[in-house]
Design a protein around this ligand. Structure first.
Ligand SMILES: CC(C)(COP(=O)(O)OP(=O)(O)OC[C@H]1O[C@@H](n2cnc3c(N)ncnc32)[C@H](O)[C@@H]1OP(=O)(O)O)[C@@H](O)C(=O)NCCC(=O)NCCS
Length: 326
């Protein structure tokens, strides 16, 4: 055990769990779940045999950062608490030593989805901040490891990085990675107020990955105003030639563009007639009310209605759009 962990009292107990430093005697109990393919899929090493696993497990430096999680006297998971230095400039490096920790976790699948991993990691985070006095905890996982990043988000950890195809999985695939962190003051405020303050998202005006759908129109301004009224979106730009509007959040938009000689599409499709080429889908919570509203602002109900939970509507220029409930 590292001196910092040895100085704490053990075990740590929570409502359902007991957490203590691992010993060489925990090899078989942890191998029981670490050998399973659904666990091995996501963790750093997946040895083929107990012997190979044991050699790695009892390594001093590994044991020193491993805790085991027990319930009813049975080992059901393990945790990693690896103290590390923060990055710093050389002159202040002393102040950055062992001020943060990288965390890790594995839970026996037999005990999954009962909140036990959340309970164990919440305690791990508490002891990092409250007992070890750390200033930051970090953790990372493959972006495809949904269970792991959901666990981090449940505990209020902030997603700080989404790396593109930088981590090599043993299947040979380069996968995206996610990096999360939590600062001591963020954790304290969450515990004290019972509220999580979500960090401000990146201002969408600063983003350069907007994307949209542009509809041809007899009159861009008129069609744009129709969709603004239908969807409750604000018009961002409006001229005789084009009109664009966007929802209150996100980086998607809808635009209309005046097209000389515009031909209204026919739906359902008829041979030789102008086809729609695309249609818009709009989720609604109350189909009847949404249809009434669409009619009020100038839409028509299409004659052909193939699905019960969808209403096909036509905008004033004849583009079909669907109102649907999920
Ligand atoms: C990552 C891992 C520990 C998460 O396990 P988990 O079972 O999802 O986590 P928990 O035990 O906290 O259970 C939480 C889930 O149970 C549900 N749940 C059911 N009863 C609950 C209760 N009483 N309290 C809290 N959550 C409960 C939660 O809603 C949650 O489900 P959700 O994510 O769909 O919302 C586990 O998948 C694992 O060991 N994976 C393999 C190893 C691994 O990937 N390690 C990390 C490498 S980076």
């Amino acid at each position: 055990m590292t001196p910092a962990l040895a100085a704490l009292t053990w075990p740590k107990t929570t409502a359902r769990l007991s957490i203590r430093p691992a010993t060489a005697d925990d090899v078989e109990a942890t191998w029981a779940y670490r050998r399973l393919p659904e666990v091995g899929e996501w963790i750093t090493a997946a040895p083929d045999s107990l012997e190979e696993y044991a050699a790695h497990f009892v390594d001093e430096s590994r044991l020193a950062k491993t805790l085991v999680v027990e319930t009813g006297g049975q080992v059901v998971g393990d945790l990693m608490l690896a103290l590390e230095d923060a990055w710093s400039q050389t002159e202040v490096a002393d102040q950055a030593k062992a001020v943060q920790a990288e965390l890790g976790w594995v839970l026996h699948p037999e005990h999954a989805r009962k909140g036990l991993a959340t309970e164990a990691v919440a305690e791990l985070v508490r002891l990092c901040f409250e007992e070890l006095g750390l200033r930051r905890v970090v953790a990372s996982c493959f972006a495809d490891n949904v269970g792991s990043w959901r666990l981090m988000e449940r505990l209020g950890m902030r997603r700080e990085a989404h790396t593109a195809r930088e981590s090599l999985h043993r299947s040979g695939r380069w996968l995206d990675g996610l990096g999360y962190a939590l600062l001591a003051d963020e954790w304290r405020s969450r515990v004290e107020t019972g509220r999580q303050v979500t960090p401000a998202p990146v201002d969408r005006d600063q983003r350069h990955d907007w994307w949209g759908v542009v509809l041809e129109a007899r009159d861009a301004r008129a069609l744009g105003r129709f969709y603004a009224a239908l969807l409750g979106w604000e018009i961002a730009k409006e001229t005789d030639e084009e009109c664009s509007l966007a929802p209150a959040d996100g980086v998607a938009y809808l635009a209309c563009q005046t097209s000389r000689g515009y031909v209204r599409p026919v739906w359902p499709t008829e041979p030789g007639a102008q086809q729609m080429m695309l249609h818009l889908d709009v989720e609604v919570t109350d189909l009847e009310a949404a249809v009434r509203h669409a009619l009020d602002v100038g839409a028509e109900l299409a004659d052909h209605q193939p699905q019960d939970d969808v209403r096909v509507m036509l905008d004033p220029d004849g583009h079909p759009f669907c109102l649907y409930t999920s």
